[in-house]
Design a protein around this ligand. Structure first.
Ligand SMILES: *[C@@H]1O[C@H](CO)[C@@H](O)[C@H](O)[C@H]1NC(C)=O
Ligand SMILES: *[C@@H]1O[C@H](CO)[C@@H](O)[C@H](O)[C@H]1NC(C)=O
Ligand SMILES: *[C@@H]1O[C@H](CO)[C@@H](O)[C@H](O)[C@H]1NC(C)=O
Ligand SMILES: *[C@@H]1O[C@H](CO)[C@@H](O)[C@H](O)[C@H]1NC(C)=O
Ligand SMILES: *[C@@H]1O[C@H](CO)[C@@H](O)[C@H](O)[C@H]1NC(C)=O
Ligand SMILES: *[C@@H]1O[C@H](CO)[C@@H](O)[C@H](O)[C@H]1NC(C)=O
Ligand SMILES: *[C@@H]1O[C@H](CO)[C@@H](O)[C@H](O)[C@H]1NC(C)=O
Ligand SMILES: *[C@@H]1O[C@H](CO)[C@@H](O)[C@H](O)[C@H]1NC(C)=O
Ligand SMILES: *[C@@H]1O[C@H](CO)[C@@H](O)[C@H](O)[C@H]1NC(C)=O
Length: 624
């Protein structure tokens, strides 16, 4: 017995309100075949892409060896342990290498959601990636990442177990199996002198040119010890600090923590979450709240040691999945990592005792997958260094929030800033070196709901500057590494009910950029590099629940990298799943003198070269 009176009252009300954007999933699977898509199983899988530097970059480096490591079909792997395979370095290409490239290739057909995946070697993460959503005809792609900075681990892995975690769900509807192959390529020998062959003279101390370039001598994972559900820490809330206990060699003279993060579930779209007061005032059922500021914090023995606001990576099912076919969103295939220079803190760490390195997420809600690698450089001739942390003060986060709400309309603005300065000295065979690390992070966020909650606008802008200065005992500047990163994101989504069946149309546009500049100076070595990666997208989609059942979209991407020696640019226009134009221009000027030849090894930022620590790469906000 239907209560007709109630229906009469409710229907116009519902129609008036339309879908409330704070409640829509923002996360979809494309569930329709485009006109022209063949139902032919023999059709070639379409290549998906995220433009980055072609690796290895010029000039060609010999010798080269390829080691196939793992091949696995990820079917119903939800809750399962990672897939594993044995790894050993190639006898034909002995270390040291000028470049090592990890290749992660995927093939899939059918329907499936995007998934997060990671590759670890003995619990140390090498790659954090997310997958593209397939089409019935099938898609494939390859992520190529410069992993030279993990040379120490690749040269002598403690156990030689490579693991890949990719939790997938397969049923009658979501049929796609992610078929993954992982291989490693080893190229050349590094042309810079190794630190052990540099003899400093005590009256004229000088940093070796490889100081900021050479990969670490030892890498210790800060990650979940067992790895049965992946080696990542699963951070649930802002008081959930996860840590590893470790003892580092007493000969350590430099330390950098590289952090991997990806937000999921209620925080996948953290940069568009409204505050809880908006959710409560409107009786919404969403858990995606706590407003739109997040900051990942690193601690050493409970002391704040560094932080960053993560780059907002949009996974391929996010916001409007049609934007990300066949070009994925910035960083989705190779999530940026974040370097925190911990050298000033060595004074706390080199006493041959156990210490705690922790990670947490300011304002975070469930859940964040976070882990880190501690890169350590060891003195070739001293068994013990001496070190001390300078005057220490916990840097303050200054944050201001302005929220206004009127029923489902709302405007939520947040401004945050954190400035930190740490210094510490390490007395080692290179001299008594003082390292100063100055960081300034600023974030501005605006989330607005208009038209009674049916139009959402998001603006985020993050700026981060870091300067690492190494000084002699007399205060003379011996080396400097500076990084400036900027990442603006802006988009809107507009929604309207269409007819019955709970279907709605969403229109919108989006633009985001990753802009990183780095400069490394050390003796006569000097290198500047810049990466500017920009995307814009626009379109509409017809959605029902989590399914996109019709729509159209265009995406443009412009990827530019230059380091004074190498210039690379790639511009892509795509529409409705097809590439319309794809233009590449590159220029390589071979170095003309010996010194420069040495520097070439560290094509910083090609993220390649030799993991010039501290230079940008397509996917690394390394040294940020
Ligand atoms: C993935 O691997 C499975 C199992 O080997 C195979 O049946 C399937 O055809 C493969 N899919 C693709 C797209 O290659
Ligand atoms: C935060 O998460 C941890 C780990 O799941 C849990 O033990 C703790 O109770 C949570 N704290 C709050 C305030 O929810
Ligand atoms: C939310 O729910 C409470 C209690 O059920 C009710 O009093 C209030 O009017 C509701 N508010 C809105 C905006 O629907
Ligand atoms: C560090 O501690 C280990 C075991 O506790 C000991 O074997 C080693 O000699 C110590 N090293 C130094 C440099 O004190
Ligand atoms: C919400 O904002 C829209 C304009 O965006 C306005 O037409 C509407 O009246 C506002 N609703 C309320 C409850 O203030
Ligand atoms: C929704 O907001 C965007 C930008 O904030 C605006 O361009 C668009 O016209 C709005 N849509 C409607 C229907 O008001
Ligand atoms: C190293 O230099 C700092 C000042 O730069 C000084 O305070 C410290 O005592 C020196 N350490 C050693 C072992 O000489
Ligand atoms: C999708 O939308 C377009 C434009 O409105 C329409 O021509 C087409 O028939 C729709 N396709 C489906 C499968 O509904
Ligand atoms: C690629 O080059 C062609 C010819 O110069 C031009 O028409 C097109 O707009 C370019 N595409 C992009 C994405 O820059």
């Amino acid at each position: 017995m239907a209560p007709p009176l109630l229906l009469l009252i409710l229907l116009p009300l519902l129609h008036l309100l339309g879908p409330v954007l704070a409640e829509v999933p923002d996360h979809y699977a494309v569930r329709y075949a485009r006109p022209g898509a063949s139902a032919n199983a023999a059709a070639a899988a379409q290549e998906y892409l995220d433009p980055t530097y072609p690796l290895p970059p010029p000039p060609p480096m010999a010798p080269a060896c390829t080691v196939p490591v793992l091949s696995h079909s990820f079917a119903n792997t939800y809750g399962a342990a990672p897939a594993t395979a044995a790894y050993a370095p190639p006898p034909g290409c002995p270390a040291p290498w000028s470049q090592v490239v990890l290749s992660f290739s995927v093939e899939i057909s059918g329907d499936q959601y995007d998934r997060v995946a990671a590759v670890w070697l003995d619990g140390a993460e090498l790659l954090r990636t997310t997958t593209a959503e397939p089409t019935p005809d099938g898609i494939r792609w390859t992520v190529r990442k410069d992993v030279t900075r993990y040379s120490a681990l690749l040269r002598s892995p403690p156990a030689g177990v490579l693991s890949v975690m990719l939790e997938n769900l397969v049923n009658d509807v979501f049929t796609g199996l992610y078929n993954v192959t992982v291989s490693l390529e080893f190229h050349g020998t590094p042309p810079y002198p190794l630190i052990s062959s540099v003899t400093p003279s005590s009256d004229k101390p000088k940093l070796p040119e490889s100081y900021f370039q050479a990969p670490a001598d030892l890498i210790l994972p800060i990650s979940e010890a067992t790895g049965d559900s992946g080696y990542w820490f699963r951070i649930q809330n802002s008081s959930d600090t996860r840590s590893s206990l470790l003892t580092i060699p007493t000969s350590t003279y430099r330390a950098v923590l590289e952090v991997f993060v990806s937000p999921h579930s209620n925080d996948e779209f953290w940069y568009s979450n409204p505050p809880d007061l908006y959710i409560q005032a409107n009786n919404l059922s969403t858990g995606r709240g706590n407003a739109a500021y997040r900051e990942v914090v690193v601690s050493v023995d409970g002391r704040f040691a560094g932080s960053f606001v993560p780059f907002p990576v949009i996974y391929t099912g996010g916001i409007n999945p049609l934007y990300w076919q066949p070009v994925s969103a910035l960083g989705a295939f190779d999530l940026p990592t974040y370097d925190i220079e911990l050298t000033p803190f060595l004074g706390l760490l080199v006493d041959n005792k156990t210490h705690e390195v922790g990670v947490s997420v300011v304002d975070g809600i469930a859940e964040w997958l976070v882990d880190a690698n501690l890169h350590l450089w060891l003195d070739p001739s001293w068994l013990e260094v001496k070190a001390a942390l300078g005057p220490y003060q916990t840097p303050r986060l200054s944050i201001s929030r302005r929220y206004t709400t009127q029923a489902l309309n709302g405007s939520f603005s947040i401004k945050a800033k954190r400035k930190s300065f740490f210094s510490g000295w390490v007395s080692c065979s290179l001299g008594n070196l003082t390292t100063e690390v100055e960081t300034e992070t600023e974030a501005k966020s605006l989330v607005e709901f208009t038209n009674d909650g049916t139009n959402k606008t998001v603006e985020l802008k993050v700026e981060r500057e870091t300067e690492v200065v190494v000084r002699s005992e007399k205060g003379k500047e011996m080396g400097k590494l500076s990084t400036e990163a900027e990442y603006p994101l802006s988009f809107y989504l507009d929604t309207e009910d269409v007819g019955e069946d709970g279907m709605s149309v969403m229109k919108g546009s989006l633009s985001h950029t990753l802009d990183i500049q780095t400069k490394a100076e050390c003796g006569s070595f000097e290198r500047e590099a810049r990466l500017v990666d920009e995307q814009t997208a626009a379109g509409w989609m017809l959605v029902k629940d989590h399914d996109v059942i019709n729509g159209t979209a265009t995406t443009s991407q412009r990827y530019r990298y230059s380091d004074g020696r190498w210039e690379y640019e790639r511009s892509i226009d795509a529409a409705d799943g097809a590439v319309l134009s794809d233009n590449v221009s590159e220029k390589f000027s071979p170095p003309d003198d010996h010194l420069q030849a040495a520097a070439t090894a560290c094509l910083p930022g090609t993220g390649t070269g030799t993991s010039c620590d501290g230079t940008p790469s397509a996917a690394d906000i390394a040294a940020m």
